[in-house]
Design a protein around this ligand. Sequence first.
Ligand SMILES: [Zn+2]
Length: 121
Amino acid sequence: MNTPEAPKNSQRIQVQVAVDTDELRTWAGKHADAGNHGVAHALYRAAERYDDQIIDLKQLRKRLTRATALLIPLRNTAEEWEALPCVSGYRIANVDSDDSQCLHCASKEVLNVLDALGGVL
Ligand SMILES: [Zn+2]
């Protein structure tokens, strides 16, 4: 997914939307005390689900950080090789395949894939 380009004179900011699950549980307790058990149950379950999502998001963020660290050297190498002249008309074909590519063209494809990851790097 490509990240849309920001309009001129604009700034990209990171926004985090969060639900205070302790507050949900406090309200669940109040409803339980008042005998509204269905509402209390729904609020307790909602708090559990939001807590699970927060844990999942933290794990996802860690994995993305690790993946990004691995992709940076790949991008750097691909950029170096892409700068080489294209020799696709003069290459020696791969013995096992007819679609061998020169470093320039293969690197260009790698960079296209990395760009398609949109905003990861
Ligand atoms: Zn080429």
